[in-house]
Design a protein around this ligand. Structure first.
Ligand code: A3P
Length: 320
């Protein structure tokens, strides 16, 4: 097994050495692989899952571009599908584990070790673009829930996230303006952002029973309606009795930004302690608001990114 792994790693390195690369948002080179840019620390995992990942038939995939609401979607879906176990008890794993430790990332946690999950929880998350997903997922009947968000807020959220990561490693973060230029040119881990969104959008039009397409903004504006929709899509709708008992509201409160961000585990905990990139859980919780971009980008920058998104999404039927 380990010789095989070493051989595989060597092959991935050989593939990587042939790929176009460019200076990325975190100062390292990003590689262009199957039309998307990747931070090299993710690429090996992606190639590996493309080759060997096999979903369980009951798996539901939570797909997203980084900083579009992944943590929130993980918390909500986890709370939805574990609620029957919790009824009568006030303890949820969400109180003691951060959402990313409740739902594993396919190309990270599961690429390293496929048994890195609780098989009783049918949730797996991924940032991999639709067209780059392992064929085994595309050909399965597994459902996918995709979340996306206003590009300007995604960029600002991403810049802060990377800046906080880099500061914790004593690396000087890229200037916001420089990072913005790269983002507008499609360069971001798992970017271009618009192509990521379009891939899942088109697939959701083609396979509406299989792919549920959500936006952070609509989730924020009417969380209850969307949670019910998500639960129905996951085949675990709320019963009238549950609704009457306020189960939907309980989940909304438990997964709210205010609640999650003030839990001890999310304030002071850390993840990926076993790797070279230990991450403070708190950096996944910044503001959790719509439109915060306006406090960080000039109106001209905002208009430029809006214009890019509009041009890229033109004709798709999607407006973000
Ligand atoms: P901001 O940086 O704009 O605050 P991801 O989970 O995909 O990494 O996205 C992170 C973004 O989601 C951050 O946005 C973060 O604050 C926000 N977020 C985290 N938890 C949230 C929650 N429970 N409800 C709403 N937004 C949340």
């Amino acid at each position: 097994e380990s010789a095989e792994r070493k051989n595989e790693a060597k092959n991935y390195n050989e593939v990587m050495s042939t790929l176009p690369k460019v200076k990325g948002l975190n100062g390292c080179d990003y590689y262009l692989y199957q039309c998307f840019w990747y931070d090299p620390s993710f690429l090996e995992g992606i190639m590996s899952v493309q080759e060997r990942f096999n979903p369980q038939s009951t798996d539901i995939f939570l797909a997203s571009f980084p900083k579009t609401g992944t943590t929130w979607l993980k918390a909500l879906t986890f709370a939805i599908c574990t609620r029957s176990r919790l009824s009568g008890s006030t303890t949820s794993s969400l109180l003691s584990k951060m959402p990313h430790d409740c739902v594993p990332f396919m190309e990270y946690d599961l690429a390293q070790n496929p048994s890195n999950r609780d098989l009783a929880i049918p949730l797996v998350s991924t940032h991999v673009p639709y067209t780059c997903l392992p064929k085994s997922i595309i050909s399965s009947c597994c459902k996918i829930i995709y979340i996306c968000r206003d590009a300007k807020d995604v960029f600002v959220s991403l810049w802060y996230f990377l800046a906080r990561l880099q500061m914790s490693e004593n690396v000087e973060p890229l200037l916001l303006e420089e990072a913005f230029e790269l983002f507008c040119n499609g360069i971001a881990n798992f970017g271009p952002y618009w192509d990521h969104v379009l891939g899942y959008w088109r697939a959701s039009l083609e396979f509406p029973e299989k792919i549920l397409f959500l936006t952070y903004e609509e989730m924020k504006k009417d969380t209850a309606a969307h949670i019910k929709k998500v639960a129905e899509f996951m085949d675990c709708s709320f019963t009238l009795e549950e609704e009457g008992e306020g189960e939907v509201q309980k989940i909304i409160s438990m997964c709210s930004f205010e609640e999650l961000s003030t839990l001890e585990v999310n304030k002071h905990g850390q993840r990926r302690l076993d790797t070279s990139i230990t991450i403070q859980n708190s950096i996944y919780f910044r503001k959790g608001e719509i439109g915060d971009w306006a406090n960080h980008l000039t109106p001209e920058m905002g208009a430029r990114l809006d214009d890019i998104m509009e041009r890229k999404l033109k004709g798709s039927g999607l407006k973000l």
